[in-house]
Design a protein around this ligand. Structure first.
Ligand SMILES: [Zn+2]
Length: 236
């Protein structure tokens, strides 16, 4: 298999890939994209952010999203798709929307493509109207997002578990108001999963999110520990 980041060949059947046969990046690249699995809370819902929005992730997201390189769509989640599918098997994905004109010029919806590898059911629920572009707004005006986000369908979400997904968690505003809207439809549960997160710039910010190492990180550490112990034993 050829790694989609460094273009080197790697063995997908190796022991380290035992749980992620769907991976499309080599172990070396996987390590450079070190996943943190940050746990946070936003609008009373639990969320997980897989990566820090560091320079590596930033340039890869830019290459995928800004340069419309659809080939990169699976690099962010494929190493953990098995794990994430297990965790969220009974959830419906809801994508945080982008402006439809951006999707049209890009040729695809980047969030939808990034999460497609999980193969979970999804509900088309939210839409962004008007010419609100988050990146053009300063931090204060970003709160205006609540006037642009709309529920697309008045579907009933009773007994349904919702997994709100997005690429980058910045101020948390869009997520906060999306949750606010979805709560009106009374789903059974709402959780959040984002690819990366930016550290909150302003600690006084009213929707700042808490973070701590999540159980996923603990779980991964445990696997790593086990693997190391086994490797030492094999040496003897
Ligand atoms: Zn690689």
């Amino acid at each position: 298999m050829t790694c989609k980041i460094c273009f080197n060949d790697f063995d997908i059947k190796s022991f380290t890939n035992l749980f992620n046969q769907k991976t499309c990046i080599c172990n070396k690249c996987q390590k450079t994209l070190y996943p943190h699995f940050y746990k946070f809370k936003i609008n009373n819902c639990n969320g997980v952010a897989i990566y820090d929005y560091d320079d590596t992730i930033k340039s890869l997201i830019y290459q995928f999203k800004g340069c419309s390189d659809i080939e990169l769509k699976d690099i962010f989640l494929s190493p953990y798709s098995y794990l994430l599918k297990l965790l969220y098997f009974d959830y419906y994905l809801v994508y945080i929307p982008s402006l439809s004109e951006d999707d049209t010029s890009r040729g695809f919806n980047h969030v939808k493509e990034m999460f497609s590898i999980l193969n979970l059911k999804h509900i088309d629920l939210l839409t962004k109207e008007g010419n609100y572009k988050q990146s053009d707004q300063d931090y204060k005006n970003r709160e205006n997002i609540c006037h642009y986000l709309k529920l697309k369908n008045n579907v009933k979400l009773k007994n349904k578990k919702i997994l709100l997904v997005d690429d980058i968690l910045t101020t948390g505003n869009t997520l906060y108001y999306s949750i606010e809207l979805i709560k009106r439809l009374k789903p059974k549960k709402i959780k959040v999963l984002t690819i990366a997160k930016v550290k909150p710039l302003n600690n006084d910010y009213k929707h700042k999110y808490e973070q701590k190492n999540g159980f996923l990180q603990t779980f991964l550490n445990k696997i790593q520990e086990k693997f190391n112990i086994r490797a030492i034993k094999n040496d003897k």
